[in-house]
Design a protein around this ligand. Structure first.
Ligand SMILES: *Cc1c(COP(=O)(O)O)cnc(C)c1O
Length: 396
């Protein structure tokens, strides 16, 4: 049996909802982020988690069309997908999982990757020697996140190793990751991390072993700590039009006395249609169990979206959607494939009407933040739960 995933073939028009990616919004966000950077700082677009739910196969070509030429993923499978949908030259960087078996593919395609232990470094050297192509490695440094990374004390040994095997190993980068730069409560911890990283960089420079690209900043650090930009920033959440935290946004607005209350634009919208309409008598319960009792006669619209599509169960009796420019509430439990909403006060509502789960409709908006506050998920989690099989499309 040949294992395969994403082997689904369905006409997109058969789906019960769709995700739209706005090119204008992405261009706007990229321009905003660029304005925070010195001109020679590289921009890496972080597309792990299926491009934060936006869909690698839709988002990457769109970003490419907007001038992005560096993409960072968590794992080799994601890098493989990115590679397959690129139309021009771009650098790919795997920041997390890559196995011995995947290294040959990565090295022969000049896909760069993090190394954070000696075993991985040795594997990279072995494979590179065997296929006679240099491995472009980024040394990840442990500075206080305590997730992955070499201890700074290991640096001399690492530099020595890379020098000895300089035909097989190219020191493409030195990097680290901050443990929660989006929150002021981590200020001290991140400050120490910045210091340790700066020291390591200086030490390498003294040894004449400066890697080609030094990078540390995610979205929050890019906004809050310009001293962490170095040669490249790795931007995820901001480019999709969301702040890493409300704090980051407020701090930015205060520091810059920005007139525009939100210099970012949401790239994604999520839309479905009314599947059915019915009236319910006063005194009846709606949906599974008894969580919702109709006090008055009600008009209920059924929407073909449920927790199987990433609409969290915790939005039961809480979520809101837009129909005919009006905000209406989810009534009863979120089911696997449907939700019911209260359409009592929308006289004109008809089967087939557009339903906005995230996005704009006639001047009203449901943002992911307001949507996910209800479900106590942060933007990151809610977005990445949007399943692979919802069709994505790019709009102007
Ligand atoms: C996810 C991730 C980023 C991007 O984080 P954002 O907060 O979305 O900008 C950067 N670097 C690493 C190592 C990551 O895992």
């Amino acid at each position: 049996m040949k294992p395969s995933y994403a082997n689904i073939s369905v006409k997109p028009s058969f789906a019960t909802s769709r995700l739209e990616l706005s090119r204008q919004a992405l261009e706007h966000n990229l321009a905003f982020i660029r304005r925070q950077l010195k001109p020679d700082v590289r921009y890496s677009s972080v597309v792990k988690g299926n491009a934060y739910g936006h869909g690698i196969e839709e988002f990457v070509p769109l970003a490419e069309a907007c001038g992005v030429d560096h993409f960072s993923t968590f794992s080799a499978d994601e890098a493989y997908r990115v590679k397959n949908c690129l139309s021009g030259p771009a650098t790919l960087l795997i920041m997390g999982m890559i196995d011995r078996e995947q290294m040959e593919w990565a090295i022969s395609n000049q896909v760069e990757f993090y190394v954070f232990d000696l075993e991985r470094l040795e594997h990279a050297r072995e494979v590179a020697e065997r296929i006679r192509r240099p491995a472009r490695v980024h040394l990840e440094l442990e500075t206080g996140m305590n997730r992955t990374g070499f201890e700074p004390e290991q640096l001399p040994q690492l530099v020595e190793y890379c020098r000895t095997h300089s035909r097989a190993l190219t020191l493409a980068g030195l990097c680290t990751h901050f443990a929660g730069a989006e929150s002021i409560s981590n200020f001290l911890r991140v400050k120490h991390q910045r210091k340790y990283f700066r020291r390591a960089k200086k030490w390498l420079e003294k040894q004449n072993a400066r890697p080609e690209c030094i990078h540390a900043a995610c979205s929050a650090a890019t906004i809050r700590h310009p001293d962490t930009h170095y040669d490249m920033v790795r931007i995820g959440i901001l480019q999709y039009g969301f702040w890493p935290s409300p704090e980051t946004r407020i701090e930015y607005l205060q520091k810059n006395q920005a007139e525009d209350k939100n210099p970012l634009r949401r790239v994604i919208s999520w839309k479905s249609r009314v599947m059915d309409l019915k009236t319910v008598k006063a005194g009846e319960h709606i949906g599974y169990g008894t969580t919702y009792l109709a006090n008055d006669p009600m008009k209920i619209a059924t929407i073909p979206i449920g927790y199987a599509h990433g609409f969290s169960r915790s939005l039961s009796n809480q979520g809101r959607v837009l129909i005919r420019g009006r905000r209406v509430s989810v009534v009863g439990m979120v089911n696997m494939n449907v939700i019911m909403v209260d359409a009592t006060h929308i006289q004109e509502v008809e089967r087939g009407d557009e339903v906005v789960l995230i996005g704009h409709q006639d001047g009203k908006e449901i943002s992911v933040a307001s949507f996910s506050e209800f479900s106590s998920q942060v933007n990151y989690e809610m977005l990445t739960r949007l399943p692979l099989d919802i069709p994505r499309m790019t709009i102007e």
